[in-house]
Design a protein around this ligand. Sequence first.
Ligand code: 5RP
Length: 284
Amino acid sequence: MDWGLKNRISRIIKPEDNRAVMLAVDHGYFLGPTERLEIPRKTIRPLLKYCDSIMLTRGVLRTSVDASFPVPIVLRVSGGSSIIGADLSNEKIVTSVRDAIRLNVSALAMSIFIGAKYEHNSLVNLGNLVNEAEEYGIPVLAVTAVGKELEKRDARYLSLSCRIAAEFGAHIIKTYYCEDFEKVVSSCPVPVIIAGGPKLKEREALELTFNAINAGAVGVDMGRNIWQSDNPVPMIKAVRSIVHEHANVQQAYDLFKKLVKEPQKPLAISQKQNNKQKPTKQKK
Ligand code: 5RP
């Protein structure tokens, strides 16, 4: 593996333990202002220092993350359909590798839609993106099984999706947890991370995390189960304890409950100002 590619992957999957906590906040690219991600800066800011990397679009990156904060960026570059559009699987690469380089990203992310109407296009997108990104030593994260395809969430379907993504050259695969997840991981020759999916009770989301890690996932790319929690910071810390500190479900849940009871540290003044910008008076 080329030095640059290896270096970028190591920003995402920590070489100390081969594990990854990625925070997913790219939902708006097809869902619009998703619940509790309506003001991205407000959602992202308190969580930034607890994730190893963050997955988002260039629009949210440029407007809602401070360029001086040293968090590795996984940039979503596919899109083109919305939740109310004709077909969610009809995506193209909508952000150039050139812009991704300008944004100093650590990886590019895009979705593939196995079994969907636009399966072919999404796979060709993946092949082309890997060709281009590898020229610059940038890894590609393939996201499998979003939207309708999620209904087929079983080991057979997810193994098929993940394996195809790896065969096309994806360097990391993001998929969903399912029963017999070991089969998904063992038949995929590159690292697998899991999405959290729709909001669960905190204990259940921690269980999902634990089971996925136990079955061989290297980590999570989790969104709603962190920032739709009433206690997002305790939740991401609890997820981290499973991914990086070998906590079991009970230990992680106990940590979550303990952190919920602790008084929240007030935000620094500059952070407060950023979160609550006063409207400026218009001159008549
Ligand atoms: C959508 C995505 C999201 O990032 C993914 O669904 C992860 O978020 P969540 O944990 O909320 O499911 O890639 O295409």
